[in-house]
Design a protein around this ligand. Structure first.
Ligand code: PRX
Length: 631
């Protein structure tokens, strides 16, 4: 048995000893009494009775040994800013932010909603929440006001932290007006909004009595020392909303101790980074990748982390590789979409810079097609490791683990089950284990390892019903992904089993998009499916039935209506969810019992055979779809 296989086996068969050793990687204020409490399946509580704090482990712990080492390097190719913070400086900034929040009454267990662009204050605010024992909920800046409002109502934050604006591709995105609208739409709005004013929005208007200016308050609290609030290991560190089959996003709740241990361990075994080195993760703080591998993971591991605001191809396609060269980056983490965007550029940009410091490039978030995997590997001449995980798990499920054993990369495969995960690939028909080469549903036998979600925020039942009820006879966590294993044990991901699509690495429920389309007053019925896109992986397409056909009786009128529907989606969800096209039909393909033939619709839209249509109510629906697509 290879070193990795043995390591994985021990993590499952000798769980307590395995995680006891890993738990030594972090500081405990009070030692835990029990490694795992699994007395209430499927709820797992890791390191029971132990007290720790994420901010202490990410910042304070390093002051003695690496106070003058860089902790955070901020680079914005949008504003031309570069700012460095040593661990000592980061400590001071976080204390100041924590003091400002504490002065507004934020304390242990309170929620703080962050709606922030990629600026250092986003990192300070997250760590400040952790310091105070407050629960942050970062909402991705690309989400529209209505989406932000739903999250406000679910999390009920005491405070909302935002900025005047973010920047993307040279364009300012005004955040504060979006927050104003979200607060207006919410039933449980926070009393206070703390604003980091970057001076980008010249029309910036604070709401008197509600909006607080961070710079002013920071001056008042400069030099403040805020003691760390020690949390019991299972107390929540954060909530992060993610999409599923319903229109209502789920608040993934993360614990404290298990998460810290899982991240610390993954930094060594999977990412093979060393304390003192630099990690560059190109994601956004609003996504799970940003939480785990821009902020907490690298800092807990004593690395320097890079926070980058901007695109991969501005000012040119060499920008990321210049950052790697300038900052001697040893671990990089990006997405397949970014690789496909770079693939369209001149490959000379990738050879222009000295990449000798780089050990591995990790990619995750969506399927990595073989040609792109091969291309980026050849272009940078370094191992490119595809790895697979979810917002729910917080850290990798499938990966190679070069920190334990060098492993052969297979194009198109994210590798092997990560230690801690008891993965099973099950046949859909009878739930028996799929054989090599046979497609199955990727499931995890609980308890889920440390770091994975503890529950759905405020809704234990939804946690069990959503993830553990796919298989009637056994308690198994469904990833909702199809997979297949080859004879050597490499797993390949074949796409989702549910109606979730993945647009440029952004996970969106088709149901959410359908609800947004339906917010347009002339839409009677709509079906949204994901179709293959050469760059973004997938794109939504909408097929809509209108109430008043007179509004679309000319080609110009149809085009106008299509634009309006797209605008409604932008308004409800944000531009990332906008359908590539909206096709108007008078009938959607359904079975005689009224179920939408979603797979057939998707197949037609991708130019494939629609499959078994014996149950269709009215075959002319398909003719209409074909006609619309070819028009
Ligand atoms: O369908 C899988 C896909 O993205 C989903 C999780 O997305 P999210 O919650 O945003 O978390 C991303 C964390 C990296 C999965 O259920 N997915 C993620 N990574 C891969 C992937 N599909 C194929 N290959 C991957 N490497």
């Amino acid at each position: 048995m290879g070193a990795y296989a043995d390591f994985h086996r021990r993590s499952i068969t000798d769980r307590d000893a395995f995680w006891t050793a890993e738990a030594r990687r972090i500081d405990w204020h009070r030692p835990y009494d029990q490694v795992l409490d699994y007395s209430r399946p499927p709820f797992a509580r890791w390191f029971v009775g132990g007290e720790t704090n994420l901010c202490h482990n990410a910042v304070d712990r390093h002051l003695a040994t690496r106070g003058d080492q860089l902790a955070l390097v901020y680079i914005s190719s949008e504003t031309g800013t570069e700012q460095n913070f040593t661990y000592r400086e980061l400590h001071a900034e976080v204390n100041c932010f924590a003091a400002v929040m504490a002065a507004q009454g934020v304390s242990r267990g309170d929620r703080v909603l962050l709606y922030m662009p990629m600026i250092p204050e986003a990192v300070f605010a997250m760590l400040a929440c952790a310091r105070l024992g407050a629960v942050h909920s970062v909402v991705f800046g690309g989400f529209a006001a209505a989406s932000c409002a739903t999250r406000i109502d679910d999390a009920r934050p005491k405070l909302l932290v935002t900025a005047d604006a973010g920047m993307r591709g040279g364009r300012a995105i005004h955040y504060k007006p979006l927050v104003d609208e979200a607060v207006r739409l919410a039933k449980h709005p926070p009393q206070q909004v703390l604003v980091v004013n970057r001076g980008i929005d010249r029309d910036f208007k604070p709401v008197p009595g509600r909006d607080l200016d961070y710079a002013t308050l920071a001056r008042q609290h400069a030099g403040a020392q805020v003691p760390v609030t020690w949390l019991e290991s299972s107390e929540p560190s954060y909530i992060l909303y993610t999409s599923g089959t319903t229109g209502r996003p789920k608040g993934v709740q993360r614990d404290t101790g298990g998460y810290a241990v899982a991240l610390a361990s993954s930094m060594e075994h999977i990412y093979a980074g060393k304390p003192g080195e630099t990690m560059f993760t190109t994601s956004d703080v609003g996504w799970v990748v940003g939480h785990s591998y821009i902020v907490y993971g690298p800092l807990i591991h004593g690395m320097t982390t890079i926070l980058y605001e901007g695109l991969p191809i501005r000012p040119d396609a060499g920008i990321w590789w210049k950052i790697v060269a300038d900052h001697r980056v040893s671990v990089m983490f990006s997405s397949p979409t970014a690789a496909r965007v770079l693939k369209k550029q001149d490959p000379a940009y990738l050879r222009k810079y000295d990449l000798s410091s780089l050990r591995h490039l990790f990619l995750a978030g969506e399927p990595l097609d073989e040609p792109t995997h091969r291309w980026i590997h050849e272009a940078i001449g370094k191992p490119v490791i595809d790895h697979y995980w979810q917002t729910e798990t917080g850290w990798p499920i499938l990966s190679l683990a070069p920190g334990i054993e060098p492993a052969k990369v297979k194009y198109g495969s994210p590798g092997f089950p990560v230690y801690g995960y008891d993965l099973k690939l099950l046949r859909e028909s009878d739930m028996s284990e799929a054989q090599p080469g046979e497609k199955g549903v990727l499931t995890i036998a609980p308890p889920l390892p440390p770091g994975c979600m503890s529950t759905v925020w405020g809704d234990d039942e939804r946690f069990v019903d959503t993830y553990f009820r796919t298989f009637p006879k056994q308690l198994l966590y469904s990833t909702f992904d199809w997979g297949v294993r080859d004879a050597e044990g490499y797993t390949f991901i074949l796409g989702r089993t549910d109606d979730v699509i993945n647009v440029a690495g952004h996970r969106i429920g088709t149901r959410e998009i359908e609800e947004a389309v339906q917010s347009h007053p002339n839409i009677a019925e709509v079906a949204v499916v994901g179709v293959v896109d050469a760059v973004k992986g997938q794109m939504p397409l909408a097929f809509a039935v209108v109430k008043d056909a007179a509004r679309i009786d000319t080609p110009a009128a149809r085009a106008r209506e299509e634009q309006e529907v797209m605008a409604a989606v932008d308004h409800q969800l944000g531009g990332i969810a906008r359908p590539r096209r909206v096709y108007f039909v008078t009938l959607l393909p359904k079975t005689r019992s009224g179920k939408l033939l979603r797979r057939s619709l998707q197949a037609l839209a991708e130019g494939r055979d629609p499959g078994d249509l014996t149950t269709i109510e009215d075959p002319t629906a398909l003719e209409q779809i074909r006609g619309a697509l070819s028009a």
